[in-house]
Ligand binder design. Sequence first.
Ligand code: NAP
Ligand code: ZN
Length: 362
Amino acid sequence: MYYLPTRIIYGADAVAKGSHFIPALGKKALIVTGMSSARLSGAQDDIIVELDKHHIPYAIFPHVEENPTLETVLSGAAACRRSDCDFIIGIGGGSPIDAAKAISLTVANYLNVDQITSPAYFRSKLPLIAIPTTAGTGTEATPYSVLTDARHQRKAGFGSDLAFPDLSLVDARYTLSTPISVTLNTGIDALSHLLEGIYSNKRNPLLYPQIFCGIKLIIDHLPALLNEPHDLIKREALLRASLYGGIAIAHTSTSLQHSIGYPLTSHYGVPHGLANGIVMQSMMELYYPAVRSELDELFRYLQMSKAEFYDWLSALNLRVDFSLDEEFIESRLPEVLSSRNMANNPLEISPDAIRAIYRQFI
Ligand code: NAP
Ligand code: ZN
């Protein structure tokens, strides 16, 4: 199956080019952003020009933090009702866009804090526009929203076809202002998604051309981009790879590769992509016996060996400054084992396999 209900306008001036689709989505927009990325990237100014052109009023909710909480979603939903907005524009990295998805569903379905992540309560949505400013999550093309339940200090989230954006306006210029560390971490997140498109037991050869191309774009351009962050051609390569990664996981979901990183983000503040990156080699080794032919095909396409890929990865010098202990590992094991992503692994994963990966960080 290949299913993608989002209209994606991709490339230079995507916001202006997609502008004529906006009036059909609603009469007043709630623009959902992080603290500064929407303004710094230029995306907020550009969309406001288009809203003004169509005489569409708007309110701004600029309060989404990294790894947004359920409480932030409720505040955004309250702001949406207060301002009488009937469609949402999420601008930012994964955090603001995922919050925008959840606000759309919370308002449309009158959800309370315990219902925000339960698709069983979703009947409708407010129309949603996504404008990414990072090249990482691919959330502009996924049905997922990843949130944080601060009450239990854990990642929470949902997947629902209603969470696919109606319109995604994707322009690499908006990623030019992304700081180097965010560029690296989000690039590795995109790489994770692409690899998980191959690992997943829902893997689908229809996706492989985009997945293989996306991985090559990252390998060829990410290290150089870190030295030349203003190079638009490299930024475009990373953004396209990230979009391919989003399209991949929209079909295959993520796997243990993601579940194992979530506790590192919730407890130690490790950025999402970095949490994936530090376990990437171990995960590939764990999965390799189950997806050997697919990975061998990938490495033939890349014209590199698995060992050379590991060398490329270690040259990125992904570093973390926390150390785990056995108590933490045992306390988080049930969360990892019960996560939804575990259903997508290509082979049976034992608790000991997860312990072994975490023990690298003791
Ligand atoms: P993010 O949390 O949205 O942003 C990270 C930082 O980068 C923030 O400080 C942000 O600033 C800044 N930033 C973003 N774009 C910028 C720009 N163009 N210029 C300057 N600063 C910029 O990072 P992310 O990695 O894109 O998103 C991570 C979240 O997405 C996590 O919660 C993760 O679990 C989730 N995720 C979702 C999916 C999905 O399919 N829905 C998939 C993977 C991951 P501001 O605070 O000002 O915005
Ligand atoms: Zn991710």
